[in-house]
Design a protein around this ligand. Structure first.
Ligand SMILES: Cc1cc2nc3c(=O)[nH]c(=O)nc-3n(C[C@H](O)[C@H](O)[C@H](O)COP(=O)(O)OP(=O)(O)OC[C@H]3O[C@@H](n4cnc5c(N)ncnc54)[C@H](O)[C@@H]3O)c2cc1C
Length: 408
């Protein structure tokens, strides 16, 4: 079976890995001209840990793991206003037990699929399905036939737009935008993620990198929908420059670093809800089909688990209709559970007023104070994932896989 996967982010290569193991022939088409580095740390939580164990990539992930100490809210003068240490919430808070830079995870998955065909710098321009297969036209001018097509091309999925309907039907703006990029570290972070909140609902942040000379810059702000060109990075950088002008702490160095950054990422904080994940021979995976936004912290976990279940059901049923239905049935409760936003959502995390910021810091400091720590830990304790991984006979587990190097 020839399967075309659109998107070489996290979900795409994870699915390609399993499909190839099971004897399918996956091809991955990626819009970017090469593997995309960048992003901050992402979380591998709950059942997703079992998936990466079964893939045999856990040793590689552990070798690249970043050990963050927690999240600290800092004032404009750099003084700490409140902090959420990672160990207090036992990995269930904003810093999870296994944190890895998104670029590192992507590299591990690409290195674990050396024999998969990756088509970089291209994308699907048209799809036409029949009982026999799907004819795919590529923007680069070629046309090929596949048995199945998988949309793993993120929140703004092209496959979803072509086979399911316009983005406005499925993507719900949650009231903010976020940007991540690598910069020279303006201060020693000592393992802490630091966030300065400025009035207007603006977050300026730094997260550690493996190399202490560098940091991951973060700029987020609350806003209704903005019209901008998603392909025009200079327009997005100019927008951020305007939005963060005059903010204190390290904002100036972060903005200067952003201008030179070559791994710049900018997107809206959005949720994706698609009632039916498949249309005939086309199916959605990861953010393209179900995305709870970075606020929920489970996007990467759901992609990895989704890739395993989709491949497993394809192998188990031998018929794509039954497999797609089973994939959604098995995943549904877990996706609903892990799409829940933290209490207060974006409004509590990113207050608009100076009073709101002080109130959030005071609340965080009170909740993490010695007498109340136990109560907080209990309230935040991770509930077990609402899914049990099946052992699909056609998807043999690996203890570890050898990785080939990836050219960035
Ligand atoms: C560069 C980058 C940095 C990120 N950083 C963070 C972060 O710091 N924190 C966080 O929580 N989440 C981040 N995310 C999102 C996070 O990776 C996902 O929420 C999650 O891992 C689910 O992965 P996914 O594979 O479904 O989607 P994604 O990781 O978004 O991957 C989708 C892939 O599809 C590609 N694509 C898009 N359109 C097309 C098209 N028309 N044709 C072919 N390919 C296409 C994209 O280039 C991308 O490689 C980032 C995503 C990207 C792309």
């Amino acid at each position: 079976m020839k399967v075309l996967i659109s998107g070489a982010g996290i979900a795409g290569p994870a699915l390609a890995y399993w499909l190839q193991r099971a004897g399918f022939t996956p091809t991955v088409v990626e819009l970017a001209p090469g593997p995309r580095p960048g992003g901050q740390t992402v979380d591998i939580r709950g059942v997703a840990r079992d998936v990466v164990e079964r893939m045999g990539v856990m040793p590689a992930i552990k070798a690249r793991q970043l050990h963050e100490k927690g999240l600290a809210y800092v004032r404009a003068n750099g003084k700490r206003a409140a902090a959420l240490p990672a160990e207090l919430l036992d990995g269930a808070g904003p810093v999870a037990e296994i944190e890895i830079l998104r670029g590192d995870l992507s590299e591990v998955l690409l290195a674990a699929t050396p024999d998969v065909e990756y088509l970089y710098g291209d994308s699907i321009s048209a799809l036409s399905q029949s009982d026999e297969g799907v004819w795919v036209s590529f923007a680069g001018g070629t046309t090929r036939e596949f048995d199945l097509v998988v949309g793993a091309d993120g929140v703004h999925s092209r496959v979803r737009a072509l086979a399911f309907g316009p983005e406005s039907e499925f993507v719900h703006h949650l009231g903010g935008y976020g940007s991540y990029f690598t910069i020279p570290a303006p201060e020693e972070l000592d393992g802490w993620m630091k966030i300065h909140t400025a009035p207007g609902g603006r977050w300026v942040g730094l997260r550690p990198d493996h190399d202490p000379r560098f940091a991951r810059g973060l700029l987020s702000f609350r806003s209704p929908v903005i019209r901008y060109n998603r392909r025009d990075v200079s327009e997005q950088k100019a927008l951020l420059r305007r939005t963060f002008r005059g903010v204190g702490w390290h904002t100036r160095e972060i903005l200067d670093g952003m201008v030179a950054a070559d791994d710049f990422y900018f997107d809206s904080t959005s949720r994706v809800v698609v009632p039916e994940w498949s249309r005939g021979r086309v199916v959605l995976l990861g953010d393209a089909g179900y995305c709870a936004s970075p606020l929920a912290g489970y996007g990467t976990a759901m992609s990895l688990v989704g890739a395993y279940v989709l491949a497993g059901e394809l192998v188990a049923s031998g018929d794509h209709r039954r497999a797609f239905a089973a994939y959604q049935r098995v995943m549904r409760e877990y996706v609903v559970q892990r799409s829940a936003l933290p209490p207060g959502g974006i409004k509590l995390a990113m207050p608009r007023t100076a009073i709101g910021i002080r109130a959030r810091d005071l609340m965080t400091a009170t909740m993490t104070s010695r007498p109340l720590r136990g109560v907080l830990a209990k309230a935040a304790a991770a509930q077990p994932d609402a899914i049990e991984l099946e052992d699909y006979a056609g998807l043999p587990h690996q203890r570890s896989v050898s990785l080939r190097s990836v050219e960035w």
